[in-house]
Design a protein around this ligand. Structure first.
Ligand code: C2E
Ligand code: CA
Ligand code: CA
Length: 648
């Protein structure tokens, strides 16, 4: 019999190329990676022994008889071993704990080992093959066992993926499911054309497929730091959760605060070098046990720790925090990097991927705000996360259907005793979570960006309210609309704002924009441009929340603001602390001298009212005079006040 070994030789070369390429850049020594290398090794052995055995069988002499027996036996062992090791590798994808993988493998390796014993006994039983000088190579009646064992493992791969399909991402699932069929398909062709040796081609195709789609480091490794990337992190997380095992784990995320400043100061390339320094530190100095380190996002690293004790977590947190107080080196440059830590635990913090990710994001955002720079996502925080998610979904639904209410709080004018202006305040009543206060839902709307479009809707409602009042015979001087910081990130802000007022044919002078101190501090240029353009059209601009501590007085002075609204906290503390009282007095005087009108917010008592009046505040907003009220009540309120004035 003659065999064509050309495909096998070509496949060996291709296999070697992929093998060498797959070893570039030191893959991490995980069981999965070691087994993948094992697949190459076994396949290589099977293919070379196949070629060698074929060559030896062609030139059978007394001297080559024993080597031919040995090499052919070796080939017979290696072939089903390929199936076995592929199966072993597949298990690492669908079970995340090494222990489980090994246990499952040992249970299912019985047919493989039984077959190997058959090969070892073959010189005596000749059940698989025989080689003699006279007849050359002859098949034994049990040769089918070789294929059966190989197919069995291919089938086991497909079956294992099928029963654990929920544990694996769909893209990986497809590959793991398809590759045994490709291999098995080629072997079937081999059975049809027995003189062309194709088993190596089958194995190489399968390995190429795995390499391209699953083991290619470009997919899973972060190119800058050489550690696994976010996708790999999510994949691992999903696998852990889908295992339905109760093994606890902890995620510590180190987030570099203000890393943008580092990039701006030292340039992107040096910024990259600092990131590598941090990643190297974490990799080399923070012991991860069986866990791993991931680049979670541009300036965030995640440590995934298996079953750490509380004490262990604390130790790591302190270790990283201490390191963050020291300088970092990038080439000749040194810099301080600020880092905060968010910690999420499974199963205490959340039981689903989405919950854990939300927990991480929220813990990091809180850590950025708190003094310690650390936030453990505990039950209380988790409740907040859940509530915020619920609020976000309520807002999305309500805003989409315009189902939010506008309240108006009339503002008292000291000089006339009337209420010529008001502030528009949003309300979200009767939600599944009850009445939500703007103090709670506005920050959520800002975080998810919903506030931008809603603000335009608010402005439109306010314009329509002014027209409705006009139709009822009531003329107001103006209504204030709150513009959040996010609004000033919009390029078309001025054009859109202008268009809404124009479409409603409301005089520009009747609209007043309230911009907080913090908004001003965050977007000075955009705010200045907005103020300039809108004032030119006739709108008025009020500085909101003055005294909450964000103001850069120079920028407040530089802008031509129409009114300054003293924050309620400042008003309240004026009657309690002499220092605040002095500040309010002198500030109000200074603003008045600069031609700005001062408005006092949060006036609840007559003492407060007398005090702010005495200081020179021209307008007073507070529960003492009027609470925020629905549009209909606002109209009734103004009508009543008008009657009172007429009576006088
Ligand atoms: P703000 O702009 O400082 O609005 C004034 C807040 O002070 C209102 O709270 C008002 O009800 C409250 N207030 C007025 N007088 C008194 C008083 O005498 N005593 C007390 N305790 N409170 C008084 P509200 O309506 O709960 O709104 C809270 C915040 O939510 C607002 O603070 C504003 O920052 C935001 N907000 C409300 N509506 C909107 C909106 O349509 N757009 C935006 N961007 N933010 C809004
Ligand atoms: Ca306001
Ligand atoms: Ca305020």
């Amino acid at each position: 019999m003659s065999w064509n070994i050309a495909p096998e030789c070509t496949s060996t070369v291709v296999l070697c190329i992929i093998w060498i390429y797959s070893r570039k850049g030191n893959p991490s020594p995980s069981l999965k990676n070691r087994l993948f290398q094992g697949c190459f090794f076994v396949t290589f052995c099977a293919m070379t022994s196949n070629i060698l055995s074929t060559l030896l069988l062609y030139q059978l002499t007394p001297a080559t008889l024993v080597p031919a027996w040995l090499v052919t036996s070796f080939y017979f062992i290696a072939t089903p071993l390929m199936g076995m090791i592929y199966y072993f590798y597949v298990l690492t994808y669908i079970y995340d704990e090494e222990k489980t993988v090994i246990k499952r493998f040992l249970i299912t390796s019985v047919p493989g080992f039984a077959y190997m014993i058959m090969v070892l006994l073959n010189p005596f039983t000749k059940s698989l093959f025989a080689i003699s000088l006279g007849t050359g190579y002859t098949k034994g009646h049990g040769i089918a066992a070789t294929y059966v064992v190989f197919y069995l493992y291919c089938l086991a791969c497909a079956f294992a993926v099928l029963i654990r399909r929920r544990a694996v991402q769909s893209s990986i699932r497809t590959i793991l499911f398809v590759f045994p069929f490709i291999a098995a398909g080629i072997i079937i062709v081999q059975m049809i054309f027995p003189d062309i040796i194709l088993s190596g081609s089958a194995a190489t195709s399968a390995l190429l497929l795995i390499y391209l789609f699953l083991q290619n480091k470009q997919i899973s490794i972060d190119y800058l730091t050489g550690i696994p990337n976010r996708q790999e992190f999510l994949k691992t997380l999903e696998l852990k959760l889908n295992n339905r095992s109760d093994t606890p784990f902890t995620i510590i995320v180190l987030s570099l605060k203000n890393f943008k400043v580092v990039n701006d100061t030292y340039g992107q390339l040096n910024g990259d070098a600092f990131l590598v320094a941090v990643s190297d530190y974490l990799k080399k100095n923070v012991s991860l046990g069986k866990g791993n380190l991931y680049r979670y996002s541009g300036d965030q690293f995640a440590l995934l720790l298996d079953q750490p004790s509380d004490e262990n977590i604390k130790k790591k947190v302190v270790q990283i925090q201490e390191r963050m107080t020291q300088l970092w080196q990038a080439g000749p440059l040194t810099s301080v990097l600020q880092g905060v830590l968010g910690i999420v635990r499974y199963p205490q913090s959340a039981e689903q991927t989405a919950g854990l990710i939300n927990g991480i994001e929220y813990a990091v955002s809180l850590a950025k705000k708190n003094h310690e720079g650390v936030c453990y996502c505990d039950a209380e925080i988790l409740e907040q996360v859940t509530r915020r998610i619920q609020i976000a979904s309520i807002l999305e639904e309500r805003f989409a259907q315009d189902q939010f209410e506008m309240y108006y709080q009339p503002i008292y004018q000291v000089e006339t005793g009337g209420f010529p202006v008001a502030e528009a305040l949003m309300r979200m009543n009767n939600t599944p979570l009850g009445n939500l206060s703007p103090g709670e839902f506005i920050p959520v709307a800002e975080e998810c960006g919903l506030i931008i479009d809603v603000t335009y809707k608010v402005l439109d409602r306010v314009c329509k309210q002014i027209l409705a009042l006009e139709r009822a015979g009531i003329e107001v001087d103006g209504i204030g609309v709150n513009y959040s910081s996010l609004q000033f990130t919009q390029r078309d802000l001025i054009a859109k704002t202008r268009a809404i007022i124009e479409q409603n044919a409301v005089p520009f002078s009747k609209i007043k924009f309230e911009i907080t101190e913090s908004t001003l501090a965050e977007n000075e240029e955009a705010v200045a441009a907005f103020i300039y353009e809108m004032q030119a059209l006739g709108c008025r601009i009020g500085l909101d929340d003055f005294g909450t501590g964000f103001s850069n007085l120079t920028s407040v002075m530089r802008l031509s603001l129409d009114t300054i609204k003293l924050d309620k906290s400042l008003v309240w503390s004026s009657l309690q602390h002499e220092r605040s009282e002095k500040i309010v007095r002198s500030m109000t005087r200074a603003f008045n001298q600069l031609g700005m009108t001062v408005l006092a917010e949060g006036v609840e008592t007559t003492e407060q009212s007398q005090f702010v009046e005495e200081c020179g505040c021209k307008y007073i907003q507070g529960f003492l005079y009027a609470r925020p009220m629905p549009a209909a009540d606002y109209l009734a309120f103004l009508k009543e006040k008008a009657l009172e004035t007429n009576k006088i």
